[in-house]
Design a protein around this ligand. Sequence first.
Ligand SMILES: [Zn+2]
Length: 460
Amino acid sequence: MPTFAVRTLAIALWSAASLAAQEPFALVGATVHPGDGSPAIADAVVVVRDGTIAAVGPRASTKVPDGVRTVDLAGQHVTPGLIDTHVHYSQTGWADGRPDAVNVREQFPYEQAMADNRAHPERFHRAFLHAGVTAVFDVGGYPWTLGLQAATAKDPLAPHVLATGPLLATFDPKLSLPDARQFDFPQDEAAARAMVQAHKKAGSGAIKFWFVTQADDEVAKWTPVLLAIGDEAKRAGLPLVVHATTLATAKVAVAAGARLLVHSVEDVAVDEPFVAACKQAGTFYCPTLTVYAGYAQLYAGKLSDEVKAQLDAVHPTVKERALRTEQLPRRNPRILEAMAKHLELQGDVVAQNVKALLAAGVPIVLGTDAGNPLTLHGPSVFAEMEAMAKAGMTPAQVLKAATHDAARAMGRSDLGRVAVGSVADLVVLGDDPSDVKAFRSPKFVVRAGVMHERAALLPK
Ligand SMILES: [Zn+2]
């Protein structure tokens, strides 16, 4: 009886292990782009064992261990998996998740959309992996998103998820459910500190502050609250993530110790004190360049060619909603024109700010704000990376922003790099990433040491 029990246990452990990690294998002959800014390795060998990178180097000096299966990748390119540092699993990618923008509640109840999101996070998991995204930072959502962190940690069919859970916010967009809150509103420093502690207890991987202001005097009003949040988060050992789109709010965020700013400074050019403060605080800057283009399509009732081309790479239910954009009431053309002009001018300021911060050595990271209307979980990274290049980043800088530096913004030194000891999350490309468009068509995606053909990851 005891013998039988021990044997059963041993078999159970063995099965669990074989599910968690594939047999070891070696990728042979590709050019490896390590992601950390170090030079590419031509004709390389990458040995993957137990979900981590066991060896990487030129074929001439890197031995494939006996009995390890080899995959010939001659002429192809290997990079770390992409990392999107600005996503929301609590949004749908369409208006049904943001009725504060366009109210479609009557036909598409918000409660139903949120119940679907909670029941089927795998729709977004798959879309991310299919796009080559192997880790994401969920910077604001319902409490259930916290559970994604442990659930995805070793799942070869989901990206790593780090989640903040509910946001601490200055403003109520009325996006909550009768039985679950997506926002908390700290009215003073003591309340803010208590909320940080409560979030820590609930399992938040970081603290998010949604710093939305309508007037300059509001910045002064919220400054002590945000400083208290930053101080309490530091004590709790949690990084601070801040939504700030003006120089005034971004300055307070950095003074509060923000590790990650998830939007651009959009109103004015960044100044020397701000750049210096970012450097001193070790702040990562996620410019989030393309999210407004999604809202513009929603208001115009017209999908862009870019989004149309993404629809076969997302779950059919996401596609079906996106296609309904063309049935939405269109806003007055003059308002649309004014919005487009505003976005264009803002785009110039935003690009200048990215360049100024980059030149000063502030790490820029990839983030899309996926989940917002027509910024789709997964394929939206391609347009975002191309927008980063258009804003003045070299392809090598975009690669680093999308891998090594994004991993550090998430506090993960074991991700975002093709290096010995790193988690084996990789992308295999047919084309050289010296053109960022190469990321649009990965051939294979390796997650947690399991190699997937891209087509097998299609959300269904
Ligand atoms: Zn966001």
